[in-house]
Design a protein around this ligand. Sequence first.
Ligand code: PAF
Length: 281
Amino acid sequence: MQVVKTIKEVREIVKQWKKQGLSIGFVPTMGYLHEGHESLITNAVSENDRVVVSIFVNPLQFGPTEDLSSYPRDFEHDSKICQNNGANLIFHPEPSEMYSEDFCSFVDMTGLTEGLCGKSRPIHFRGVCTVVSKLFNIVHPDKAYFGQKDAQQLAVIKQMVKDLNVDIEIIGCPIVREEDGLAKSSRNTYLNKEERKAALILNKSLKEVYELLLDGERNSEVIIKSIMENINTESLAKVDYVEIVDNISMKKVNIIEKPVLVAMAVYIGKTRLIDNFIFEL
Ligand code: PAF
């Protein structure tokens, strides 16, 4: 496995691979890799001849009061994970390599990015779309892998690729959870012991409404109310949003007649966690 820090090096390596007719899988990450990322890498390895992982904490997708400076970083651990899971190349650029001083072009999206996480993180998806577009232009993969935990991000990337005619197949991979149900996230590391326990309320409340849905409840208001009530029983939890939306357009659904995304963001102490599931009728 090779590790490179410059765009030029990535381009040279990928160009050689393409000359040999090899297919390229790409896993964009912000590092501090966990089993969720590992599943993206192993999927990419199983479906492509070569796999590139980018590790870059993208400043553009963090708001001014968010956790850019404290976002966990451990490159040595990350590179072991990439190596052990069969990645061929890590692209680990400095911010200055990605954003020159005169950088002033952005990829933005309306509609899809305005609800859910976009409401409390207004510049987030512009940062994500911009960096992912840049990474796609640098790596030129055939397929790129994203986790379903960031369901809105996955929908946004799929829409961006469609709208801008980007010739890359976007693959969504299932949420990976801890044994007790908490969705894997690099931000779980912020939780102290008490908060870690409290964080189980996210998955617990989703599981309970899944039963409601199986029993035939189709009114989103009833389901959302049930989740809210459940979360409010946990004193360390504060709801950012709970919503039921169309899985592609991210538009609110009042009566569930098609597959929907049940999604939430909840603060546990100061840590904002997200979780979701897709309900297929
Ligand atoms: O999901 C992430 O880790 C990031 O949003 C991504 C896609 C790597 C862009 O910085």
